[in-house]
Write a protein that binds this ligand. Structure first.
Ligand code: SER
Length: 315
């Protein structure tokens, strides 16, 4: 039986993953945790946990007899640039704490299966931008991207050297309505809906033609769970898988929103986030994920826009 710990459960992915894992494995088998004292999303089982506190992490894993950990606590690309050393510490030590714990527990006969998110930010300006292959030049230039690439290497290292069953996805920008945007370069594609629903014009911080790989949250959650459920021998990538949803530009998502909400106005005023977006791919080749664990995205742009406009709760 699975006993699951989600670290970073108050974040964008965490809050939705806790819900999906609870539906699949039973609420009593899912423990949410985050640095805040309480769950922000009504998780039934919750423990305060700072991912940098390795001792407390070990206690919780032992106390709840955890078998699977999703380590999602991180600073994203924009907030990372504001505090590079803090981003490095949180993103790297948070991962290392869980990998070390998994190594020690595996040696003691209590293996942990680990999920850790990588990102399209692990790519850089020298990466082929269209249909970016699984294996290619990376050279990330943000501290967030550098931490993701280093993290991918660590995941593979712990698998090869210690047999830790760690799995990862290079998430595209994730579009969701449950949690507010949180410091990412791809967050314009969430903020734009908040403006549309408040009948406000939207001033986009990326240029109209900046294509980026994106994915709708239900697809991102399904990818995560399908990867974790796949038999270990099928997982041939132990760094992180390219996973593609839909690629679009600000102009394309604006046009789809305008089709469904006539009169919505978007203007473009690129800021320092444009320089980050310019180093990331336009689209990803996720053929390896399809081959290894049968990954297929389901949500296209019109469906994403319809669902976001229906479900977003305007602050
Ligand atoms: N969505 C993230 C960001 O924009 C990329 O992983 O920082």
């Amino acid at each position: 039986m699975k006993r699951i710990l989600v670290i970073g459960a108050n974040g964008q992915i965490g809050c939705e993953l806790v819900e999906a894992l609870s539906a699949q494995y039973g609420t009593d088998n899912v423990l949410a945790s985050d640095i805040a004292a309480h769950s922000l999303y009504g998780a039934v089982h919750y423990q305060k946990l700072d991912v940098l506190d390795a001792e407390r992490m070990e206690e919780i894993v032992e106390e709840y007899q955890i078998t699977d950990v999703y380590q999602l606590a991180a600073l994203l690309s924009v907030t990372g640039e504001q505090a590079p050393l803090r981003a490095w510490e949180l993103n790297m030590d948070g991962l290392l704490n869980i990998l070390e714990l998994a190594r020690v527990r595996a040696q003691a006969g209590h293996p942990l299966q680990v999920f850790w998110p990588s990102s399209i930010a692990a790519f850089g300006p020298n990466t082929p931008p269209v249909n970016t292959p699984q294996m290619t030049t990376m050279d990330p230039t943000t501290i967030y991207g550098i931490s993701k690439l280093a993290g991918e290497r660590l995941c593979e290292y712990y698998f090869l050297k210690y047999g830790v069953d760690v799995r990862s996805i290079r998430y595209p920008g994730i579009i969701s309505y449950k949690s507010p945007p949180g410091g990412g370069t791809t967050d314009y594609a969430i903020a734009i809906f908040h403006a549309a629903l408040q009948s406000q014009p939207y001033d986009c911080f990326l240029s109209a033609d900046t294509a980026l790989p994106m994915i709708y949250m239900p697809d991102a959650i399904r990818a995560t769970m399908e990867l974790m459920q796949a038999p270990a021998e099928q997982i041939r990538i132990r760094s992180a898988y390219n996973v593609s949803g839909i690629s679009f530009t600000p102009a394309q998502i604006a046009a789809e929103i305008q089709r469904q909400r006539p009169g919505f106005v978007v203007t473009y005023k690129p800021d320092q986030r444009q320089a980050i977006a310019d180093t990331w791919p336009d689209s990803l080749d996720d053929g390896q994920a399809t081959l290894d664990w049968n990954w297929h995205a389901q949500t296209d742009l019109p469906a994403l826009v319809t669902d976001m406009l229906k479900n977003i709760v305007v602050a």
